[in-house]
Design a protein around this ligand. Sequence first.
Ligand code: NAI
Length: 285
Amino acid sequence: MVTTSGAVAAISEANDFRELNSFNLSFQLTGATMTTLQKTAVVTGSARGIGAAVAKRLSNDGFSVAILDLDEAACKVVVDEIKSAGGEALPVAVDVSDEQSVEQAVAHVAEALGPPTVLVNNAGITRDNLIFKMSVNDWDAVMNVHLRGSFLMSRATQRFMTEAKWGRIVNLSSTSALGNRGQTNYSAAKAGLQGFTKTLAIELGKFGVTVNAIAPGFIETEMTAATAARMGISFEDFKAGAAKQIPVARVGQPDDIAAMVSFFAREESSFVSGQVIYVAGGPTD
Ligand code: NAI
């Protein structure tokens, strides 16, 4: 018996088995029944940090994973790790803020790994400054990577998901969406991603595609290490200071976010869409 609602929806929408086959739907009947559609995931900004952890987690969950980042050599390091653990992965150089680069990268993924049905919009940058010192370039750079990048990547991949009648998009927001001194650009972009998430969930729901956002609190990565360096504080002191403000008394790790992405990407999560989950070690607002 097929128990997952995604599969039931796919079956009721399909008129015959030929149509089912054209959706590239296959069933793996294991103990608790599970369906497997095209299991190709794309994770942007996955050459390091949260993105790399997400890519490895999705690989463990059975996805072939496209590692997208600015520098192909950096992507290859993560690809090698996934492959040596028995997974399938592909390094792809991309600038998510560039339309042509995104279109080429997604076409390459579809050809080499199969049509992407999971997208994690994770690539990000910070260009922090108080508003009176913030340059137009720093404003635009942050908007372009987070907002334009998520728009371009979602537009390029949704066509495969709607065709497959199944898909998952997960956007990386931040607790900074609620306001954070020195981050008007980043906070506006991360709040913008929350509206983007809800609207995309409304548009794509009828195609079996869910869209959710994760808003992490402090996660130990090179991004937060760079913030500490900019502030002239050692990373250890910076983390200890942050942990004191967090109810679970520790800073987050990339795997904490990867676990949430894994949940959203599951078949059984098909009734959860348009949500923003704060993964921050405590309540945030
Ligand atoms: P990170 O700086 O360690 O990694 C970000 C990756 O994105 C890098 O590999 C970078 O090369 C890539 N990237 C940047 N611009 C790109 C572009 N135009 N095209 C393709 N790739 C690009 O950052 P981290 O900490 O792993 O953050 C990942 C995501 O999580 C970001 O969206 C960030 O804003 C968000 N986040 C991080 C938090 C943290 O505490 N580390 C907290 C809340 C949100």
